[in-house]
Design a protein around this ligand. Structure first.
Ligand SMILES: [Zn+2]
Length: 463
């Protein structure tokens, strides 16, 4: 068979056109793929370093951060927040050994305080010794170098103006530095053991209690900048009995509290010139002797009495899961606490433990609530998360939860929709729970509320 040249020409042109079309399509497809891939890559690009760091730091419990920093913030002394939620700058260490004192449990590194507290301890120690009342103070926990919440122990002691002073005299010869560091030396209780006295009795132990205790506590309360001294009610009762009629004004500052028969907890007023420092409500009038003390002791006896065992009815009841309160983060502390924590070499000390959270300049800046117009979109979102929920928003959420539950029972929906609804409900529930926790008074403890004789008798302390 022979093909004409015209036919051949047509065949070749057709083939060529086909090739061109195919290559055009391939080119279009590859360029499209490149575009999509690059768009995905752009979307996945990590947030800026500063923002990331801020997010990480905000998630670490504040007690872990404040517990890491070993020295005071090199700034002008200043206090921010309340006794159970705050921090301070310009912290000073109480020297382990002084003219008339020894700091104990040095391994905790809690012999730091605001300069007014360090001054107070020195003055009390020296003046009590000079008067021949007390050989020397044994000082327990003051605060961490920059205050803030602690990993163990106290809930207060966050502002550098709380101090635990042992009700045990400094011995002669003194404790060695090794003894001061460890836990082997302990304070001595001035209350008789419950085994000896019986469970329902709380009294000062005559074998331990001396007039010197009375004199030291009275002197400690006599300084003007002392707000309160927390002591066991049995000790307050003893002081009330010992104080003469014409010298009882100082007794008002002695506040009964749980524990505190090994040490007294001295709390100073916010020093003047500290608008960020929140004082407690002033102590009620009167010396606080008599009825209030008896009411306290009654509560304590009731609590200590062996409980009657009541046979529980056999019913299947779901055990409530105990969930700890979420720990306080930097966002839960006053704004300047972030700057105080990071100042000097604080940031470097934290970066040793959390290298991924190496702070940048953006971290050191406290979040400013003013000038919201200038705040970037991301900052705004962050602030919205930090801000407390408004009342009506709260109510809306509370309403929404049960309604969605009812709705689910009646209307049949495809599986997927159900799943989504379930997840939404869970989220709403968790949110309302969180809000309920937030709304509880922060400084109160459920147990004490239940058994408190009268609310005004109780100080919010948590030693
Ligand atoms: Zn204390």
């Amino acid at each position: 068979m022979q093909t004409s040249p015209v036919r051949l020409f047509l065949k070749i042109t057709r083939a060529a056109m086909f090739m061109v079309l195919v290559s055009a399509w391939a080119g279009l497809l590859t360029s499209l793929a490149v575009f999509v891939l690059s768009a995905v890559a752009l979307a996945k690009e990590p947030a800026k370093k500063g923002q990331q760091t801020q997010i990480i730091i905000n998630k670490i419990p504040a007690k872990k951060l404040f517990g890491l920093v070993k020295n005071g913030a090199p700034m002008r002394p200043a206090i921010y927040g309340g006794y159970t939620r705050g921090c301070y700058a310009g912290g000073v260490a109480l020297p382990p050994n002084g003219e008339a004192w020894q700091a104990m449990r040095l391994h905790r590194n809690r012999n730091w305080g605001h300069p007014v507290m360090i001054e107070y301890i020195k003055r009390l120690a020296i003046e009590a010794k000079k008067a021949g009342e007390w050989n020397g103070l044994l000082v327990g926990d003051l605060a961490q170098p920059r205050g803030g919440p602690m990993l163990t122990g106290h809930r207060s002691h966050q502002l550098g103006i709380d101090a635990d002073i042992w009700l045990r005299e400094m011995p002669e010869p003194r404790f060695t530095l090794k003894q001061q560091f460890g836990n082997q030396i302990s304070a001595i209780s001035v209350i008789g053991s419950r085994k000896e006295l019986g469970y329902d009795k709380y009294e000062v132990d005559p074998k331990v209690w001396r007039d010197a205790h009375y004199k030291l506590i009275k002197r400690a309360a006599s300084y003007r900048n002392v707000a309160r001294i927390f002591l066991h009610p049995a000790i307050k009762k003893k002081l009330c009995e010992m104080a003469p009629k014409n010298d009882r004004a100082w007794l008002r500052k002695i506040r009964p509290w749980w524990g505190h028969h090994y040490h007294m907890h001295v709390r100073l007023n916010c020093p003047p010139g500290n608008p960020g420092c929140k004082n407690q409500a002033p102590v009620a009038a009167g010396d606080g002797c008599g009825k209030p003390v008896e009411a306290w002791l009654k509560v304590m006896r009731k609590r200590a009495a062996p409980r009657k065992v009541i046979a529980k009815p056999k019913t299947k009841r779901k055990k409530r899961k105990w969930r700890p309160r979420p720990p306080v983060t930097l966002a839960g502390l006053p704004g300047p606490c972030r700057k105080i924590l990071m100042s000097g070499d604080g940031a470097e000390q934290i970066a040793k433990k959390y290298p991924f959270a190496k702070p940048t300049k953006a971290v050191a800046k406290p979040v400013k609530l003013r000038g919201s117009l200038a705040v970037s979109a991301q900052r705004k979102a962050q602030l919205a998360r930090l801000a407390p929920p408004s009342a009506d928003q709260n109510a809306k959420e509370k309403q929404a939860a049960p309604q969605s539950r009812r709705g689910k029972m009646k209307i049949k929906r495809p599986r997927n929709a159900r799943k989504v609804k379930k997840m939404q409900r869970r989220a709403a529930k968790a949110k309302t729970k969180k809000l309920a926790v937030k709304q509880q008074p922060v400084q109160q403890n459920k147990r004490t509320i239940k058994t408190a004789p009268k609310p005004d008798l109780f100080d919010q302390v948590f030693n």
